[in-house]
Design a protein around this ligand. Structure first.
Ligand SMILES: C[S@@+](CC[C@H](N)C(=O)[O-])C[C@H]1O[C@@H](n2cnc3c(N)ncnc32)[C@H](O)[C@@H]1O
Length: 337
C-alpha cells in the first residue's frame, strides 16, 4: 500500500488519537468511535446476518482500521476476529482498545494459509485500494470454499465532477460485480445503506471526535484528515458516490494463487504449528534486542532503532495471536457450539 500523507493522516494519525480519546472517555465509546467505514450498527447487523456469523468461527477483517466493526461482531455474534491492517497506529489502537489479534499487513498479501478462514469482512476499504482485484483474490484464497465475504463499498454513481478524497478510486456497481466474479465470488445479496445510527451511538462517536479536535486541531495531519472528510461529505451530498453493502460467497477454486507457498489446505495443524514456532523465534530475537533499555541510551550509542524493534515486536505478537485463533479453529472440538 502506497499511502499519501492525507491517507496516513486519515487512517493512522486519527486512529491513534481516537484510541487516546476513548481511553479518556471510557470503553463505551470504543466501538462507535472506531467504526469508520461502517459508522452504523444497522449496516454491521445486515452484514453479520447475511454472512450468518456463528459463535466461535473466525472472521478476518481486512483493512480493519482501529477495530470497531470486528469488536462489534465479537461482542454481538461471538466470532473470533483476526484483524488485518497495514497502518501501524490503527493496528495498535485496535489491539489496545479491544485486545484483538492484529496482523500488520497489506490486503494484497495476507499472511494466512489458503482456505483457513470461516468468513471475511472488508468494510470501506476497496475504494482506497487501486488494485482491488488483488485484494479480493487474496481474500478468496484465505477463505474456506463456500465461506462468506461481507463488503461495504463506496461506489461511483456517475462521473465525479467534485474533488475526490486523496487515494480514493470509487468503482461503479458494474465494476464491483465484475471484480467479485473475477476473484471467484458469487454475489448473493446487496442493499443500499441502512438508516443512520441511533443517537446514542453517534453521540459517543461525536464526543470522541470532539476530544480529538480539542487536542490535535493544530496538528497538520488533523487538517489533512478533515479535508478528506469534507470531500467525502460533498460527494455524498451531491449523489456522485453512495454506499453498498454486499454479501458474496467464495466459490471453490483449484487455482494456486500464491506460488504454492501457502496453498495446500491439508495438514493445516502442522503448518500452523510451524508458523507459530517461527514467529515465536522471531519474537524472542526482537525481545533479546531489549529496545526499552536501548531507548534509555544516548542516540549515538544505538545499534538499532528501538522504536522499529518495538513496532516489529507488536506486529509479530499480532501474527502470533492470529495463529492461535486459527489453531483453535482448526480443532473443531474447541469450537463454541
Ligand atoms: C475507511 S477505513 C475503514 C476501517 C474499518 N474497516 C471500518 O469500517 O471502520 C479504510 C481502511 O482500509 C485500510 N487499507 C487501505 N489500503 C489497504 C490495503 N491495501 N490492505 C488492507 N487495508 C487497507 C486503511 O488503512 C484503513 O484502515
Amino acid at each position: 500500500m502506497t499511502a499519501s500523507a492525507a491517507m496516513v493522516a486519515e487512517f493512522d494519525d486519527v486512529a491513534g488519537w481516537t484510541a487516546e480519546a476513548v481511553e479518556q472517555l471510557g470503553q463505551r465509546h470504543a466501538i462507535p468511535a472506531t467504526c469508520r467505514g461502517s459508522a452504523s450498527p444497522a449496516a454491521l447487523a445486515w452484514l453479520a446476518e447475511a454472512c450468518e456469523l456463528a459463535a466461535g468461527s473466525t472472521l478476518l477483517d481486512v483493512g480493519a482500521g482501529a477495530g470497531g466493526p470486528a469488536a462489534w461482531a465479537a461482542e454481538r455474534f461471538g466470532v473470533r476476529p483476526i484483524l488485518l491492517e497495514p497502518m501501524p497506529a490503527a493496528g495498535r489502537a485496535a489491539a489496545r482498545l479491544f485486545g484483538l489479534p492484529v496482523i500488520a499487513a497489506d490486503g494484497r498479501r495476507i499472511p494466512l494459509r489458503t482456505g483457513s478462514v470461516d468468513a471475511a469482512w472488508c468494510l470501506g476499504v476497496l475504494c482506497t485500494v487501486r488494485d482491488k482485484a488483488a485484494v479480493l483474490a487474496e481474500i478468496h484464497r484465505v477463505l474456506k470454499p463456500g465461506a462468506s465475504l461481507g463488503l461495504l463499498v463506496v461506489v461511483a454513481r456517475g462521473p465525479q465532477t467534485l474533488p475526490v478524497p486523496d487515494g480514493n478510486h470509487f468503482p461503479t456497481e458494474a465494476e464491483l460485480r465484475a471484480l467479485l466474479a473475477g476473484a471467484g465470488f458469487e454475489l448473493l445479496d446487496q442493499v443500499g445503506p441502512p438508516g443512520p445510527p441511533p443517537r446514542s451511538w453517534s453521540r459517543r462517536a461525536e464526543q470522541v471526535a470532539a476530544v480529538v479536535a480539542t487536542r490535535h486541531r493544530a496538528h497538520p495531519a488533523y487538517a489533512l484528515a478533515a479535508h478528506q472528510g469534507e470531500r467525502f461529505t460533498h460527494l455524498f451530498a451531491s449523489g456522485q458516490i453512495g454506499v453498498r453493502l454486499l454479501h458474496a460467497v467464495s466459490r471453490a477454486s483449484t487455482q494456486v494463487t500464491d506460488g504454492g507457498m501457502m496453498s495446500a489446505p491439508r495438514d493445516q495443524d502442522g503448518f500452523l504449528h510451524e508458523l507459530e514456532v517461527e514467529v515465536e523465534a522471531e519474537v524472542s530475537l526482537v525481545e533479546a534486542s531489549r529496545p526499552g533499555e536501548v531507548a534509555e541510551l544516548p542516540i549515538t550509542d544505538w545499534l538499532f532503532d528501538p522504536t522499529d524493534a518495538e513496532r516489529e515486536e507488536i506486529g509479530l505478537r499480532g501474527l502470533l495471536d492470529a495463529v492461535e485463533v486459527l489453531e483453535d479453529g482448526a480443532r473443531p472440538d474447541d469450537h463454541v457450539a
